[in-house]
Design a protein around this ligand. Structure first.
Ligand code: FAD
Length: 339
């Protein structure tokens, strides 16, 4: 522990995982623990908001939750870019300084490897906010021909999102009265890894994902992702955990699972810092909402760990379910940002 006797927890990435972990530590310890949360961005955005931006249902400004509103006792949030992680010393370097940790949590998510798919940079993708914004202007010009939703690599965030995109596009084209014309034509072609060709006029891409390069450079990734104990989220480096999209837990890359993993890490840190109690392990359970178009939302509850195989319960889409999804977002907005 450090000389001031305040344990130092450094959390890299203020996404679903980092925000929830920092919030739980603040709720438990207040300023009794020194939590440093580092993110290169100035705002958090729910992944699903990108679909809403793309289809013109909301705006870029409306979906940004500025980090200046994340105010928690004991937590300082720094807008800096992590440039190096030294695993043996639990030391992090950013463009603004150097931070040493008693406990280090890597919650940097996944980034997109645009170069892995030749042509993708010139086509459209909807997994970044900038890409979703560009598509908001492209979609009104798509009046005939074929649209192709292309997943350029697995694993990728939010497994239902490409299907949600297809269902919302169907609905969008019906509303514009051009759905029937959007079947034939096709002036361009996508080539699959088995050599098959798929013609299209409008490409809606999901880029290949990878861990951020700073994680690769640290040496903690194996086979592309960070190996962890899936129940405790501990890496093989003492005092270092990984949660969320970057960690290889066996659960999907989705905010709800990042949050569940963060809860398990918080529980472990609380037990360790109090030197009492038993941590609650990550249960691999998550609820996902799925857009079906026409304002309808479906839901799946998936349990990855409690049986020999993952199990799930599916709830048929309905307009009424939208309130559940909105509550999912607004409850986090209030909890993390007080807004
Ligand atoms: C179209 C779409 C729809 C989705 N829908 C849903 C949904 O309905 N439900 C759901 O649960 N999930 C959904 N997701 C997935 C969800 O957004 C992610 O799985 C979730 O955000 C992962 O949380 P995380 O904490 O691992 O990483 P993130 O939330 O991605 O946070 C990582 C943070 O690290 C920061 N960072 C990265 N590198 C650096 C660096 N070098 N220095 C400093 N900071 C850095 C980033 O700025 C980012 O804020 C969707 C995603 C997309 C793209």
């Amino acid at each position: 522990m450090n000389t001031m006797n305040k344990p130092r927890v450094v959390v890299l990435g203020a996404g679903f995982g980092g925000l929830e972990l920092s919030t739980l530590l603040s709720e438990t310890f207040g300023d009794g623990v020194d939590v440093t949360l580092i993110d290169k961005s100035d705002a958090f955005v729910f992944g699903y908001s990108k679909l809403d931006v793309m289809f013109g249902l909301t705006t870029f400004d409306a979906v940004r939750l500025p980090y200046r509103n994340f105010v928690k006792s004991g937590v300082r949030l720094l807008r800096q870019t992590v440039t190096a992680i030294e695993l043996d010393r639990r030391r992090v370097t950013t463009n603004g300084g150097t931070y040493e940790a008693d406990f280090l949590i890597v919650a940097l998510g996944a980034e997109y490897d645009m170069d892995a798919t030749p042509g993708l940079a010139e086509a459209n993708e909807f997994y970044t906010l900038a890409g979703a914004e560009r598509l908001r202007d492209v979609l009104p010009t798509f009046n005939r021909g074929k649209a192709l939703i292309g997943v350029c690599g697995a694993p990728y965030k939010c497994p239902p999102a490409p299907s949600e995109c297809a269902l919302m596009l169907h609905d969008y084209l019906i509303n514009r009265g051009v759905r029937d014309a959007c079947e034939d034509g096709a002036r361009k072609v996508a080539i699959l890894d088995d050599g098959a060709e798929m013609p299209f006029d409008l490409f809606l891409g999901v880029p290949k994902h990878r861990v951020p390069s700073v994680v690769v450079d640290s040496g903690m990734a194996e086979d592309g992702w960070i190996p962890v104990n899936p129940r405790t989220l501990e890496t093989k480096y003492p005092g270092i955990y990984a949660v969320g999209d970057g960690a290889n837990t066996g659960t999907p890359k989705a905010g709800v699972f990042a949050e569940g993993a963060a809860r398990a890490v918080a529980s472990d840190l609380i037990a360790k810092l109090r030197n009492s109690g038993k941590a609650t392990e990550y249960n691999g359970f998550g609820t996902c909402y799925i857009e079906f178009g026409g304002g309808r939302v479906g839901k799946v509850e998936v349990d990855f760990f409690s049986g020999p195989m993952p199990t799930g319960t599916y709830y048929e889409p309905s307009v009424a379910m939208r309130a559940d999804k909105e509550n999912f977002g607004s409850s986090r907005r209030v909890r993390w940002f007080g807004m």
